[in-house]
Write a protein that binds this ligand. Structure first.
Ligand SMILES: O=C(O)CCC(=O)C(=O)O
Ligand SMILES: [Fe+2]
Length: 334
C-alpha cells in the first residue's frame, strides 16, 4: 500500500543539491494530482519532540473532565471540544449523523494579551487557553515552532509544483495561521455501530496538514479510485496532505483527499495534526495553470482570505461535497 503514497526525501534540499528543488517539486505535483497525501523523510523534526508532544496530548486528556471543560472551545476555534461534541453529518447512507468519537483541544499561534488583534477581538486571533500542567505550554509551543518551520521550508516545493518561482508563497506566509489539534480517540467497542467513526470521512480546510506518525493505526484515506486504504506508517516519516484551502487556491488542480479515523485497535489513540494556512490578511486568488486561458472554465472561485473562508465554512453546516464523488464528506477545520 505505502507505494501508493509518494515519499519525498528532503535531504537533498537540505544539502543544497543541484536540481533538488525542481525534482521534489515534480514529485509534489504528482502527489497532489494523483493522491493528495505524501510522506516526507529527513524533515528535520526530532522524533523525541514528536514523542513528547504525543505524551503531552495524553497528559491533557487524562485530566478530570472539569479541568478540560474549563477551557471550552470558543469563537476563535481555540480550546477544548468534548467527546462527541461535534456531530459530523455522515452522508454515506441516509444522512445518519453520529457524533465523532473523539475529544480534542485546539491551539493557535500564542498571541500576547496586548497584541492588536487580541485587543480588537479579531476572530480566530484569540489567545490560547492553557491547562495547568507543568511544561505543557512549552511543549506545545515547541511543537508548533517545529511544524511551522517545516511547513515554511516546504513552500518552495509547492511553488515549483505549480510551475512558479520558489519564493512565490513567501509573502503570503509572513505570519501563517496555524492550529495544533491534540485529539484523543477512545477505543471503539467491537459492537459499535458501523457508522460510528473516531472522525467521520472529511476533507481538511487547511492549506497544509502535517500529521505525525501514529503508533496506533486507525487512519484511512480515500484514494481517487474511491477505495479506502489504511494509511501506512513508515518509521521516521511524516504524513502531509492538503485541504480545501490548497485545492481552492490551486484552482482545483491539487487534491484534497478525504480521510477518516476508526479506532478499533483496542487501545486509546492520540493524534497531533498541525494545520497551516496563509497569513490572516493574505488574499488568495486561484493560481491558474499557464496554459489555460483566464475564462476557459466556469466555477472558478473568487479570491478569499482565511477568516472569510473559515467563517463561510462554519456557516455552511459542513455540507460539502467532495467534488464529483458520489459519496459526500464534510470539511473538518481548525
Ligand atoms: O487522527 C488522525 O490520524 C487524523 C485526524 C484528522 O484527520 C483530523 O484531525 O483532521
Ligand atoms: Fe483530517
Amino acid at each position: 500500500m505505502s507505494e501508493q503514497i509518494p515519499v519525498l526525501d528532503l535531504a537533498p534540499l537540505q544539502d543544497g543539491a543541484p536540481g533538488a528543488l525542481d525534482r521534489l517539486g515534480e514529485e509534489l505535483r504528482r502527489a497532489f494530482t494523483e493522491v493528495g497525501f505524501y510522506f516526507v523523510r529527513n524533515h528535520g523534526i526530532p522524533q523525541s519532540l514528536l514523542d513528547a508532544t504525543f505524551e503531552a496530548a495524553e497528559r491533557f486528556h487524562a485530566q478530570p473532565i472539569e479541568a478540560k471543560l474549563a477551557l471550552k472551545i470558543n469563537e476563535h476555534n481555540i480550546g477544548y471540544m468534548p467527546m462527541r461534541g461535534a456531530t459530523t453529518r455522515v452522508n454515506a447512507v441516509g444522512d445518519v449523523a453520529l457524533p465523532n468519537a473523539n475529544e480534542a483541544i485546539f491551539f493557535k499561534r500564542d498571541l500576547p494579551a496586548d497584541h492588536p488583534d487580541v485587543l480588537a477581538n479579531v476572530r480566530f486571533r484569540g489567545r490560547n487557553q492553557w491547562p495547568e500542567l507543568p511544561g505543557f505550554r512549552e511543549q506545545v509551543l515547541q511543537a508548533c515552532d517545529a511544524f511551522e518551520g517545516l511547513g515554511l521550508r516546504l513552500l518552495p516545493l509547492y511553488a515549483r509544483a505549480l510551475g512558479l518561482e520558489p519564493g512565490f508563497f513567501a509573502p503570503y506566509f509572513d505570519e501563517p495561521m496555524y492550529t495544533l489539534r491534540m485529539s484523543h480517540y477512545p477505543q471503539q467497542e467491537p459492537t459499535a455501530p458501523e457508522n460510528e467513526f473516531g472522525i467521520a470521512p472529511h476533507v481538511d480546510t487547511s492549506f497544509m496538514t502535517i500529521l505525525a506518525q501514529n503508533r496506533i493505526p486507525g487512519l484511512s484515506l480515500r484514494m481517487p479510485s474511491g477505495e479506502w486504504v489504511d494509511a501506512p506508517a513508515p518509521e521516521g516519516a511524516l504524513l502531509i496532505n492538503g485541504g480545501m484551502m490548497l485545492r481552492r487556491w490551486t484552482d482545483k488542480r491539487f487534491l484534497a483527499t478525504p480521510h477518516r479515523v476508526i479506532n478499533r485497535s483496542g487501545r486509546e489513540r492520540y493524534a497531533i495534526p498541525f494545520f497551516m494556512d496563509a497569513g490572516y490578511r493574505a488574499v488568495m486568488a486561484p493560481i491558474t495553470a499557464d496554459s489555460s486561458p483566464a475564462d476557459d472554465r466556469t466555477g472558478r472561485e473568487p479570491p478569499i482570505t482565511y477568516p472569510d473562508f473559515m467563517t463561510g465554512y462554519q456557516r455552511s453546516n459542513f455540507h460539502h461535497a467532495a467534488d464529483d464523488k458520489a459519496e459526500k464528506v464534510q470539511m473538518q477545520g481548525a
